[in-house]
Design a binder for this molecule. Sequence first.
Ligand SMILES: [Zn+2]
Length: 283
Amino acid sequence: MQTVEWLDLCFAAPEQWEISRHAVSRDKGSLVFVDRRSERLRVYWTACGGRPDGQLLLDGCRERDRQEHPDARFGQLPPAGEWRGYRWQDAGRSVTRAGLYDQRHDRWVEMVLTWPGSVEVELERAVLGSFRSANLPDGAHRYRAFGIDLTAPAAWVLEHAQVLPADLTMRFRSPRGRAQVRRVKMVRELRAGGLDGLVRRELGTATAVVEPATYRGHEARRATGRERAFTWRWVTAGLRRRTQLLWVCPQRDWMYSVATESRRRDPVAPETFTVRCCGTEAA
Ligand SMILES: [Zn+2]
């Protein structure tokens, strides 16, 4: 099983289930997991403004499912912790819909599990039972998905996540500035110039002071300079200091980069973010 942590939702899912769609809004969104053949799991969340009538919400969903699948057989989900819900089954598959109120973050959470054939009861129990509403000290947020494991301090909000097969980019913002965390598969083309070549490539035409550094025991480079492009928006935001920490983790041969843009008087170090590129660390 893999542990997935996203916008303070934390749960386990089989390794082979991959996220095919994601959202970055804490107020409303979903994560969709697929295996090689079809969709397996959908996790939905919606901000509430107080504890909702969960039964009413689930009854509404059940009614919709009944209309869409008139030949399906419906049944209750056996009690599973705080989860309440129902199952339906037709000729080809079984579907479980379960919902709970995440009091800590005041949102309604639903999991929809799709099983080819009949329900794998043990696995379903494991997935539902693994769910918890994450709560790190000082309100920090941990993100474990798409092969990255990082912690962002409380004030830093995930703004965008772009997921390509060998290239993941996550952008954050806070009142102190902006940050971008990237993880890129090392290919021959990137390897040729070593770390300094990677830094030059990342900086493009920007000028910066490049210094040797280390991160989690890895040789790294720190580039500090002015913003890349002088546009009015950046000037008014005052985010004129750009710092980038870059390293290669040999374990899975990824290049990592954490870049921050902040005010000169209130610099944000890339180490504000914790990126666990290798090794193990308890939740
Ligand atoms: Zn590493």
